[in-house]
Design a binder for this molecule. Sequence first.
Ligand code: GAF
Length: 390
Amino acid sequence: MTDATAAAAAETAAGFTERYGRTPVGVWSAPGRVNLIGEHTDYNDGFVFPFAIDQRASVAVGRRDDRVIRVSSTFTPDAVQVHLDGLSPESLDGWSAYPLGVVWALGQFGADLGTVPGVDLHISSTVPVGAGLSSSAAIESSVALALDEHWGLGLDRPTLAKVGQLAENRVVGAPTGILDQSASLLSHADAAVFLDCRSLDAEVIPLGLAADGLSILVIDTNVSHAHATGGYAARRASCEAGAKALGVESLRDVHVDDLERAATELDDETFRRVRHIVTENQRVLDTVRTLREHGAASIGPLLDASHVSMRDDFEISVAEIDLAVSTAQANGAIGARMTGGGFGGSAIALMIDGLVPVIEREVRREFAEQGYREPTIFVVRPSEGARRDS
Ligand code: GAF
């Protein structure tokens, strides 16, 4: 365990002790994610290629003799208390819907919530909220792994990812796919997860960034987004309508060669939504192949093309993200794109190490010139997925 991990675990344990007056039985953590490429493809049964970042949510767990669950966190003053017998999606709201939604969802995947003992949970997180870096999946995945191990449920990680997704879909009310929870649970250090969202086959592929002298910079625009409302659900509906009109189960079944015909069968907007998904799936495959054959320094044009597709066809970017991307590109980045669900959040830029201060400075300058909110900019290191820390 690194010093930073040990310190974070000790801090979460200390927070637990302060809230509940005793020591926890253990501390688990799970990371946020950057999606390198493959946006909105997950709920279309397609391909994604994310990696875990070095910001994590952490949960300390304490035993109870009764059937009560209490959950507290560093970001709210009050603990929320529920009884295991009364747990339902309708009974949960606010921030505690994430951890308690996971408890309910574990029951949907075989945990016998009628017999397990209660627990006290204390949560902290360093994943920025609303930045498109999956702060919610980090919480869900840490709690899912912690309770799986604490209660001895024996669920595997792909199933725990589905647990987090179900909590998000049914309890939080965001119609999201399996990308974020899979990244948080399946990632390894210095690698990305190539996930087929139809079969759920996952392959961990080394990125070799440090060895190649490369860095990935996150530019969080501080334009906040939420997937339980608005645009995200509308994009998902367009994809489903497009698949139905084309007579396929999902857009995964449409290939680049089919696009010419699709253009004649769909209205312009639906066609552009479909074209994004179809070409993005191909870009994920091309990225994985290029990475394997030529290394990360060669994937830049695919990242750039992905951004154009999200901006013009899927229309999920915002002016701040576009400026971050174009400024990074103009100042020598190998490639840059928005990451995550969109409508705000973060851009990523791949560059040689030496350009980090230059691109950071230029993005800050351009944002100030446009009168945009100051961005938060940092280098991310592809990191290990969910784990027990103490
Ligand atoms: C959000 C969702 F949670 C994911 O499931 C995925 O659809 C992503 O947006 C877009 O690729 O992070």
